[in-house]
Design a protein around this ligand. Sequence first.
Ligand SMILES: Cc1cc2nc3c(=O)[nH]c(=O)nc-3n(C[C@H](O)[C@H](O)[C@H](O)COP(=O)(O)OP(=O)(O)OC[C@H]3O[C@@H](n4cnc5c(N)ncnc54)[C@H](O)[C@@H]3O)c2cc1C
Length: 419
Amino acid sequence: MEDLKISTGKEVKAQFSRPYTSHHQVIVVGGGSAGISVAAQLNNKLKSSDIAIIDPASDHFYQPLWTLAGVGVVEKEETHKPMGEVIPEGTVWIQDAVTGFDPDNQLVITKKGDHYSYDYLVVAPGIQINWDAVPGLAEGIGSNGICSVYSYRYVDYVNECVNNLKEGKALFTQPMGPFKCGGAPQKIMYMSSDTWRKKGVLKNIDVNFTSGGSIIFGVPEIAEALKKPIERYGISTHFSHNLKEIKVEEKIAVYDIYKDEKVVDQKEIKFDMLHVTPPMSAPDFVKSSHLANADGWVDVHKHTLQHNKYPNVFGLGDAGSTPNAKTGAAVRKQAKVVSGNILSLINKGELDKSQHYKGYGSCPLLTGYGKLILAEFDYDNNMMPSFPINQAKERYSMYVMKKEVLPRLYWHGMLKGRA
Ligand SMILES: Cc1cc2nc3c(=O)[nH]c(=O)nc-3n(C[C@H](O)[C@H](O)[C@H](O)COP(=O)(O)OP(=O)(O)OC[C@H]3O[C@@H](n4cnc5c(N)ncnc54)[C@H](O)[C@@H]3O)c2cc1C
């Protein structure tokens, strides 16, 4: 049995009954947008830091460009870099998957069977995509016109489907329940529709948005502005339609139709192209841990992002329990709060009272080539514009920002802990 002194500001002593592989002042679980941002900020500010990032992936992805890659506006190869290139210099990358947490003993357990101990833990493994939650989806995706920009692997097939379709019915789904980037199911639909318009075939294609939700967008001003592209492309909207099954060979999408949160009917729609936004959830290994809330997410305070039970644990990004729109833009604000609070705990033994996450999320809604509505909002869907412009409007300037400016800001600012 080892006796290890843990410096959480309160000089907590932990008794470890198991051997541990190594100890780090800060362990970050997940080297995605959130994990790398926090690690970089801490690494920049701590005089002598000891930070380890645990992530099994060999590549880091900038997912916001997948909607543009899906119609060939950018090459999908532009959307990723080797993980080793984004790991902040001076931090340790452990290429392994976390399988469990033992927060009472300040331990993280990995797939290779190692145990890592920490003073502070940052949990940021993103959201889990449940491809097998819809029968037919896992087998059918990548064939028979069934595609999705929610996976790097299928981005090229989306482009192929869009470019090959000359006539028929196109369906774009949005699931019930939480998913990342609330606007992406629509963005790829508007970009596909504009591609068909440019090719002169839109008049032959019946474009349909089928959503498990009940409205087009949570912010009323933005919902109003979206009427314009919907009308321009002649899109039919169908709410309370949740994709339940795909009959792959027959090219039929089966929907549960909801009313007052109950299934009241079932509908089959034959398609020529089906773009699926798959169901998502908290990662299984988080769900089954002591760090999870009742819904499986990392159970953190919505303003401080500190764990509600374990004060030396923080959670952010898509895996966090905060009720904001799950976006990289939210991560940018959250990372500052998490790194600020950990620094303050290390230096002063208390949280930094100036750090307060208000639920900021942003959705750059691509509505066509050279057109974008930038929606920025807080927990209560109040608009939080970063620029002094009417945001409820399609703009070329915002399209350029998404395509050209934000990716640079991401790779050279956010991931370096500077933005
Ligand atoms: C099609 C699409 C379009 C989008 N568009 C936008 C947009 O326009 N604007 C915007 O702001 N956001 C957008 N997003 C959302 C944005 O990409 C995510 O919200 C953001 O990446 C969340 O960051 P994260 O670090 O929580 O998760 P991720 O960036 O997904 O990173 C999670 C990391 O955790 C790692 N991990 C997983 N399991 C484990 C494990 N067991 N152990 C250790 N590590 C693990 C993964 O390998 C990964 O590296 C989009 C997403 C998609 C898919």
